[in-house]
Design a binder for this molecule. Structure first.
Ligand code: M6R
Length: 507
């Protein structure tokens, strides 16, 4: 049997013939029997490639054609007027076009100056050229007068929450409607367990999702780092719902976790920001957070959007399952409707937080404490500080302090304590006393008018109070601002901190 392999041999290249050709070699006969075209050469080569890639192949001397392919790495093709744009992120070329084709894993795009765009698979089956319109404007990608994207994105939150809940909560009946839940009602009714998979900030939002869903829907929830989940042979059942949370929708580990869960037969629901992203496309259904492009590496408005969507999801599913009282449903739903104003309100703490930040630029370590819904908020506050100011920070459940971390406390180790009203408030207040007694400096995030914690804290940041399950959204704002101003005072590159990428598309 003859075996044909493509080879490119400089020595047999015809001097007259530009561009060069890839030859088809019959191994049995030991001779060249023809040529393969660029597409076939790329197909044959990629069938042997293992791992993630997004590549564009240009034949030397051929200015008419680009062959592009991807596997587990994002790729969008922008379609302009007589021009194409190849990018890992559609937003980066929105200035030139709003029409995009998203290349899927195992697909190859043939972009030819003289022919319509063609999509084929590695096995040479013709794919669909599915053009999607990206609803985004250039102004969304500019700083709009702010010194950094991060600050702009923090200030955008009242508006991004409006966009996130738009059309999903009735102002008259408080009814929450998510099409992803309506269309998959049976799945949510039958679910025996929900598993969140996510990384970084999205993982913190998922921890809040765990509280929301367990409290409101009474479905057991697990929250997994996608990077661990994908490699630890997890038990996944057909009546599990796996919820993938990702701002970019391109995080490699989260995407791999989605693929694994789908293969195992679970129903996979996505909570993403970037429309048409790989995770959004790989999931069975989902709900976008609709907070617009997030440019700052430190995630801010995506976090509050993710928690907002999770609250709506919990309410919608809880009502279907009959696990939420009418009064609580209406309370949370009304609070969501008023959340944009609450966010405007909490943003007023910015000048005070900026002053506080000046005082604490000296610190080399920080501890963030919270309990219940606000334990993940503490983790998120610590992550924000770490990634943009390069100050070491740890988040802890407040009651865990006495099991070890309290040994760290001294005058050099500030503690940010979240002590807003909830059923563990008194306990958090006494944890604060314990830190104080050991000479620690305390910045407490408290409810307006709270006198008890004010007396023991060195500094307080007062925030408006809404339904307890939504407090992480409110409390995260001063924590974002604290990290931001400390980083600015330390002269850090806030929007592009060292060693970090906005979306982690590699392992
Ligand atoms: O795009 P994703 O939400 O999947 O990204 C996950 C993390 O990489 C991301 O949240 C990261 O931790 C941020 N830099 C945090 O601010």
């Amino acid at each position: 049997m003859a075996v044909y392999i493509p080879i490119n041999i400089a020595g047999v290249q015809d001097a007259q013939e530009k561009p060069s050709k890839t030859y088809r070699l019959d191994l049995d006969a030991g001779r060249i029997v023809g040529f393969v075209d660029n597409l076939e050469a790329v197909q044959q080569a990629l069938r042997q490639v293992v791992g993630a890639y997004a590549i564009a192949v240009i034949e030397k001397g051929n200015r008419d054609e680009i062959i592009a392919a991807r596997q587990s790495s994002p790729m969008a093709i922008g379609i302009g007027e007589g021009e194409f744009f190849l990018s890992s992120d559609a937003a980066s070329v929105i200035e030139y076009t709003q029409d995009f084709v998203y290349v899927n894993d195992g697909e190859i795009a043939v972009i030819n100056r003289h022919k319509p765009l063609k999509i084929v698979t590695l096995d040479n089956h013709e794919g669909r050229v599915d053009i999607k319109k990206l609803q985004m404007s250039i102004s969304q990608l500019e700083k709009g007068g702010y010194p950094h994207f991060m600050l702009k994105e923090i200030y955008e939150q009242p508006k991004t929450i409006v966009d996130c809940i738009r059309g999903r909560i009735s102002p008259d009946t408080y009814e929450v409607k998510l099409s992803g839940v309506i269309d998959n009602r049976g799945k949510f009714l039958a679910a025996r367990r929900i598993v969140f998979v996510a990384c970084g900030t999205s993982w913190h939002a998922a921890l809040i999702g765990e509280h929301l869903i367990e409290n409101i829907c009474r479905i057991p929830v697990e929250v997994e780092y996608a990077s661990e989940f994908r490699y630890r042979n997890p038990i996944i059942n057909a009546d599990d719902i796996v919820i993938a949370v990702s701002q970019s929708g391109e995080t490699a580990d989260t995407l791999a976790a989605v693929e694994l869960a789908r293969k195992a037969g679970a129903f996979v629901f996505g909570i993403c920001n970037v429309v048409g992203s790989s995770i959004a496309r790989a999931t069975d259904s989902g709900a976008y957070i609709h907070v617009g492009p997030e440019i700052g590496v430190a995630s801010t408005k995506a976090f509050t959007g993710q928690v907002t969507v999770m609250a709506m999801l919990a309410l919608a599913v809880g009502r279907e399952r009959g696990t939420v009282t009418e009064a609580y449903y209406n309370e949370v739903s009304a609070a969501l409707l008023h959340l944009p104003e609450t966010m405007e309100e909490v943003l007023k703490v910015a000048p005070q937080v900026a002053d506080l930040a000046k005082i604490f630029t000296y610190a080399h370590n920080f501890i963030y404490l919270g309990r219940g819904y606000n334990y993940p908020t503490a983790l998120e506050g610590a992550l924000k500080l770490k990634e943009i100011s390069y100050i070491h920070a740890e988040g802890y459940p407040a009651a865990e302090m006495k099991h070890g971390p309290i040994a760290l406390i001294d005058a050099e180790m500030p503690t940010v304590a979240i002590a807003t009203p909830d059923h563990t408030y008194e306990k958090t207040a006494s944890n604060i006393e314990e830190i104080k007694a050991r000479g620690g400096k305390i910045i407490a995030v408290i409810a307006r008018g709270d006198e008890q914690v004010r007396r023991s804290a060195d500094f307080v940041i007062e925030v408006p109070v809404i339904a307890e399950c939504l407090m992480p959204i409110v409390v995260s704002v001063p924590l974002q601002l604290l990290a931001y101003y400390i980083a600015v005072y330390k002269g850090r590159n806030v929007d592009q901190p060292r060693n970090l990428a906005k979306s982690v598309t590699v392992e």
